[in-house]
Design a protein around this ligand. Structure first.
Ligand code: EPU
Length: 325
């Protein structure tokens, strides 16, 4: 396609966003943050990536619904942003509406009379653990070191230390892309390793969690300290997106990469961590392109050395890994 034929496409794309913004902005409450070309890199733990065409932090369910319904009506892509810990944002950014549940409205932590806890999708897992300690509620210790929020952890069924998010979930409140809110019981949901089918499309608004038991705060704290020590010893400190590949069934991606001699391998400032080989760390000014190139290199080497195809665990924001690998 020549440059000349591309221009009208770009203009048409811009006009669609302009129309969307003009239609939706007057319907949002002033408490909702709504911006254009917001840089996403600083909102991710990897600290790379370009801007979101449109960015919103809705202040409540009604504003979220307005955004979803209007975008869906115009067939504009919508992407949720959690804590930004498990994704890679392309250098050119994303031509979509990026929604973050960062507003206070979504940070709820409410112990209920029936023993359960009601949490909002925007609540950080670290805060969830801290509040559970204070309330003397056990069972959430494994979540402490995961740099995510409740919504992202539900969507990815995040896990660590032998537990995963859906171990502690009883019900999830979610909204569809067309704006219908529903509550679904854990038993009706399909949560597997790093995936929850129902949240591929729907967006979690919050959940009801079940503590394992009541306990002394000191005992809970001690268990968290054990996990923290393990994590500090076995995982890198530099910016990363957590483990970059899924563990293949019955195997460890970290061990396979390590045994393929890849620790320290680099493309630009992206580096296979010397501490844990399943982490790609940003040594300063890595770009998304550097990280993607390193992912390719690691996959090729592990395939050649071990005969195993590694599948990325980290989401490639606004794109599909299969299109870049
Ligand atoms: N190993 C190596 N070399 C390495 C890294 C690991 O030989 O460079 C070996 C370890 O010695 C161990 C085995 O591989 O025998 C497994 O390693 P580890 O215990 O660190 O667990 P993992 O399977 O690599 C998983 C999750 C982590 C989670 C940890 C701790 C995945 C892909 N990773 O790592 O989750 O924090 O267990 O519970 O499931 C994430 O999902 O982003 C993540 C970091």
């Amino acid at each position: 396609m020549s440059a000349l034929t591309k221009v009208p496409d770009l203009e048409a794309g811009e006009a669609r966003w302009g129309d969307f913004i003009a239609a939706v902005r007057p319907r949002l409450t002033p408490a909702t943050r709504f911006t254009e070309r917001e840089l996403l890199g600083p909102k991710t733990t990897m600290r790379v990536g370009g801007p979101a065409r449109v960015y919103a932090e809705p202040a409540g369910t009604d504003d979220l619904r307005e955004l979803l319904v209007e975008a869906s009506r115009r067939q504009l892509p919508v992407l949720m942003l959690g804590r930004g810990s498990n994704l890679l944002v392309p250098d050119e950014g994303v031509d979509g509406l990026v929604i973050s549940l960062g507003h206070d409205h979504w940070q709820k932590f409410e112990p209920l009379a029936d023993g359960r806890i009601r949490v909002g999708a925007g609540l950080r897992l670290k805060n969830l653990c801290g509040l559970a300690i204070k309330a003397g509620l056990k069972g959430f210790e494994f979540l402490e070191g995961i740099p995510g929020n409740v919504g992202g952890a539900l969507r990815m069924n995040a896990g660590a230390m032998g537990g995963w998010m859906f171990d502690v979930v009883e019900e999830v409140e979610m909204i569809s892309r067309s704006g219908e809110v529903r509550v679904m019981a854990r038993a009706d949901m399909h949560a597997t390793y790093r995936h929850c089918k129902e949240l591929d499309e729907a967006i979690a608004l919050g959940a009801w969690l079940k503590p394992a038991a009541s306990a002394q705060s000191d005992d809970i704290r001690r268990q968290i300290d054990v996990y923290q020590k393990k994590r500090v010893e076995s995982q890198p400190r530099e910016p990363s997106a957590g483990c970059i590949f899924k563990n293949p069934p019955g195997n460890s991606a970290g061990r396979l990469i390590d045994e393929s001699g890849l620790k320290g391998a680099r493309v630009g400032d992206a580096e296979v961590s010397a501490v844990h080989a399943n982490f790609i760390v940003n040594r300063g000014h890595a770009t998304s392109a550097d990280i993607i190139a390193l992912v390719k290199k690691v996959r090729a080497r592990v395939k050649a050395a071990k005969g195993v195809d590694l599948e990325p665990e980290v989401l490639l924001y606004g794109a599909e890994w299969k299109d870049v690998l």
